[in-house]
Design a protein around this ligand. Structure first.
Ligand code: SF4
Ligand code: SF4
Length: 524
């Protein structure tokens, strides 16, 4: 700092501050400059005295530039190449039965949380994103790594496995950021024959890059959560052996990833876009030791809160279990008891409809309701033509007071059995046949069906007595109208004939008179 003074005239002060601002990310790492490591600040101020006790002044400052942050961009296909080489090594050297690829963090979590028995088959290898960041940190000590891709799950992976990937951005976030900054990127094709691993984000892409020459192994690719779950169930049940399975949670793999969804054109076009960009050979990579690529996958316990007794009882009641005797504990839903099942429903792990007895009861009570309330008469007979079921509408047609009056009785007691015998013997149903039940003075339209499986005859009767009476009445009115019309026409004809005969007589008489008159005039 310095100062220069001319008394009663000028007062100048100048200062220079020199500093360094650096930090270490760990005790072992080197110091690196912070974002405000400008190194110096220079200030110069001057005050000049003018008349009448006034002074004017000025100040100038200068500050060093912010430190330059070197950056570079590389594609994760480099990490993918490292990962696929490790998969190939495992298949050749480790005596493993099933190997599930571990590139998709969502699949890894699925196995860690819900399929712990399949954990031993999950390849204990870092993902391409991690392999690439580890490789970058080795090549550029102290560098920070940012992964940019189509997957939101990668944010969780980066957080879960600290110190490998420093930040994750989705393509969408990057696009929005560039837009906000008004930056447009020129697209250009980066053709490179050593880029086979660019196939990785497509279904089967990992397999496409692999040698697939491990003796006795089958290779397959599965995408979509449902397919992955089905395959994991098979693996847990020991149904799959000697197999390398590429699993992706998204249909179409990462090109069908959640962030890509709204930009989707079509799965085929998506694949073609990637395929046209991939080369035929592997990237040149310095393959790290297998140990440094190891990733430990452990069971992630997800404890769910235990519901209260009240909540359990409420769900049990919804399941039709009102008393302990209703709890059949049959196990057909996969739970040891109805109570366990009710707890699973509350915890969101099961559906109420997964209880077979419940469904059966519900279906039965539903069909009972239909049978009871249908306006059609319904009667069910066994092969001996004995009444097994009869509904209210049928009883009304046949004036039967109560069901118990006829249940188990031969149908002959209430109906002519001929039609039932015919249908049973021929196996041919009768549909909508109109018959008169003389003993009940009722017309019905009857359908009789024989159910071979249950060996039951079902008779459906629609009471059409009113309809029939209306038809007969209408017929009678029509007939009477026709008769009346006939009578009127006949009468009219008679009158016409009479008029005609009268007219004929008069005309003849007139003609005779006129002829006579004409003859007498001629004679004169
Ligand atoms: S398949 Fe889907 S969830 Fe899995 S890594 Fe790719 S984008 Fe992410
Ligand atoms: S299927 Fe239904 S009745 Fe059987 S144990 Fe499960 S909940 Fe209980």
């Amino acid at each position: 700092m310095g100062r220069w003074i001319i008394p009663d005239k000028l007062n100048m002060v100048g200062s220079v501050t020199v500093y360094r601002s650096e930090y270490k990310s760990s005790a072992e790492s080197k110091f690196i400059p912070s974002a405000w490591d400008n190194r110096f600040i220079m200030n110069l101020s001057a005050v000049y005295d003018i008349a009448k006790n006034w002074s004017i002044g000025a100040k100038v400052s200068a500050i060093g530039g912010a430190p330059y942050t070197p950056y570079d961009v590389e594609e994760t296909a480099v990490g993918a190449t490292i990962v696929k080489k490790e998969y190939e090594r495992m298949l050749q050297e480790d005596a493993r039965d099933v190997i599930i690829s571990s590139c998709c963090h969502s699949v890894n979590l699925l196995i860690q949380k819900y399929f712990p028995d399949a954990l031993e088959y999950l390849a204990d290898v870092v993902s391409p994103m991690q392999a690439h960041c580890l490789d970058l940190k080795k090549r550029y000590p102290n560098c920070k790594t940012v992964f940019i891709g189509p997957c939101v799950a990668k944010k969780d992976e980066a957080e879960y496995y600290e110190g490998i990937v420093d930040a994750v951005l989705t393509f969408e976030e990057l696009t929005n950021w560039l837009k906000a900054e008004g930056i447009e990127i020129e697209q250009e094709m980066d053709a490179c024959p050593e880029s086979r691993a660019r196939f990785f984000p497509t279904t089967g892409g990992i397999l496409k890059t692999m040698a697939k020459d491990a003796p006795g192994y089958a290779y397959m690719a599965i995408d979509g959560v449902e397919n992955c779950i089905a395959a994991l169930r098979d693996i847990e049940q020991g149904k799959i052996h000697k197999c390398f399975i590429e699993m992706s949670a998204c249909v179409g793999s990462c090109v069908g990833g959640p962030v890509m969804e709204k930009y989707h054109r079509s799965p085929v076009q998506d694949y073609m876009a990637v395929a046209g960009f991939a080369g035929e050979r592997d990237f040149e990579v310095a393959q790290p030791q297998a140990m440094s690529l190891k990733k430990n996958f452990t069971y992630i316990e997800h404890k769910l809160a235990m519901p209260s007794e009240n909540e359990i009882m409420t769900v049990l009641r919804q399941m039709g279990k009102f008393k302990p005797a209703d709890e059949l504990n049959c196990g057909s839903c996969g739970y040891n008891s109805c109570r366990e099942k009710a707890i699973a429903i509350i915890q969101g792990k099961a559906e109420i409809s997964m209880c077979l007895p419940f469904l059966k009861d519900k279906a039965e009570s539903f069909s009972d309701t239909i049978v009871k309330n249908t306006p059609n008469g319904l009667i069910v007979l066994n092969e001996n033509l004995e009444v097994q079921q009869i509904n209210t509408a049928a009883r009304k047609i046949m004036n039967i007071r109560s069901e118990s009056d006829v249940l188990g009785e031969g149908v002959v007691r209430i109906l002519d059995p001929t039609v039932f015998i015919n249908v049973k013997n021929t196996g041919r149903s009768i549909r909508d046949e109109r018959v008169y039940l003389a003993e009940y003075k009722k017309y019905v339209e009857q359908t009789v069906v024989y159910d071979q499986e249950s060996r039951m005859l079902v008779g459906i009767m629609r009471d059409v007595t009113d309809e029939e009476a209306a038809r007969v009445k209408k017929e009678k009115i029509s007939r009477q109208t026709l008769e009346a019309a006939d009578q009127v026409v006949e009468k009219q004809m008679r009158v016409v004939q009479e008029i005609a005969s009268l007219l004929g007589e008069t005309t003849a008489e007139t003609m005779i008179t006129l002829t006579k008159l004409k003859e007498s005039i001629d004679d004169e």
